[in-house]
Structure formats: C-alpha cells, structure tokens
Design a protein around this ligand. Structure first.
Ligand SMILES: *[C@@H]1O[C@H](CO)[C@@H](O)[C@H](O)[C@H]1NC(C)=O
Length: 133
C-alpha cells in the first residue's frame, strides 16, 4: 500500500512536470480580406506577419456610449475580429453594451465561449437559459 502511494505521488509529480500548453501554430494571425500573400486560418486569411502594424491590434471607440434609443433599450458595440483584425485566432472578443433604464439584451448564445461582465454603472440582472451556454 505504501509503495502504491509513493508510485501515485511520483506519477503525479512526473505528469505535472510534463504538463504544458502546446505551442500555438503562430503568434499572430491578423485577419485580412484579401488572400494575396496570405494563409487561411480559422475562417479568415492571415496577413503576412511581416506586414502587420500596430493598428492591427488597436480598437478605439469603447469610450463612446451606444445609442439606446431603440425598442430594446440597448446597444451592443462589438469588438471581434471584424473590428479588430489582430484578434483572429486568439479566441477572445469583447463588447460594450449600453442599456437604457429597463433595457434588455435578447437571449443569445456564445458557442464555445465563456462570458464575463463588468458593470460600470447601475445594476444589471443577468440570467442563464438552461440548456444553452
Ligand atoms: C518575413 O521576413 C523574414 C525576414 O526577412 C523572411 O525570412 C520571411 O520569409 C518573411 N515571411 C513572409 C511570410 O514573408
């Protein structure tokens, strides 16, 4: 029994020393619309890394409140790969959501995604539909 316990401890120590994230296929894959001199990854063409510029990783405008004067009383300002090409293949996106009093964001899903919210002002009631993620 003692030997078995020692083997378990050694096995877990060895396995933790070999645990690491596999190397990513590439460091960056800035999305571009034109396929010339590009490779196709994750549904978008990648810009030649030698041609990337700082602006590929810059989005400005999250400080601007969205217009909530609509029937939902909310406005989503997305920042996905479509607005910020440098996000391509990084598995991350963000959004600013403005709500008028009693405004709402319709039920929706985030397939394969995790969401967290930061409320900067006021109160927000958030729910989860069972069976959806
Ligand atoms: C990027 O530049 C390096 C250095 O000049 C070069 O070796 C490499 O082939 C270039 N990569 C592409 C995809 O053009």
């Amino acid at each position: 029994m003692k030997l078995f316990l020692i083997l378990i401890i050694c096995a877990s120590a060895i396995s933790s020393s070999f645990a690491y994230d596999p190397s990513p296929l590439q460091d960056i894959c800035v999305a571009i619309a034109e396929p010339e001199n590009a490779v196709f990854v994750n549904g978008k063409f990648c810009k030649n890394p030698n041609l990337t510029v700082a602006e590929d990783f810059l989005f400005q405008g999250l400080n601007i409140p969205g217009n909530t004067n609509n029937k939902l009383g909310s406005k989503v300002t997305p920042v996905t790969v479509d607005q910020l090409p440098g996000l391509n293949t990084l598995g991350i996106s963000l959004a600013r959501i403005d709500f008028a009093p009693y405004g709402l964001n319709p039920p929706h899903t985030h397939p394969r995604g995790t969401e967290f919210l930061v409320v900067l002002e006021g109160e927000l009631y958030v729910g989860r539909l069972m069976g959806l993620v």
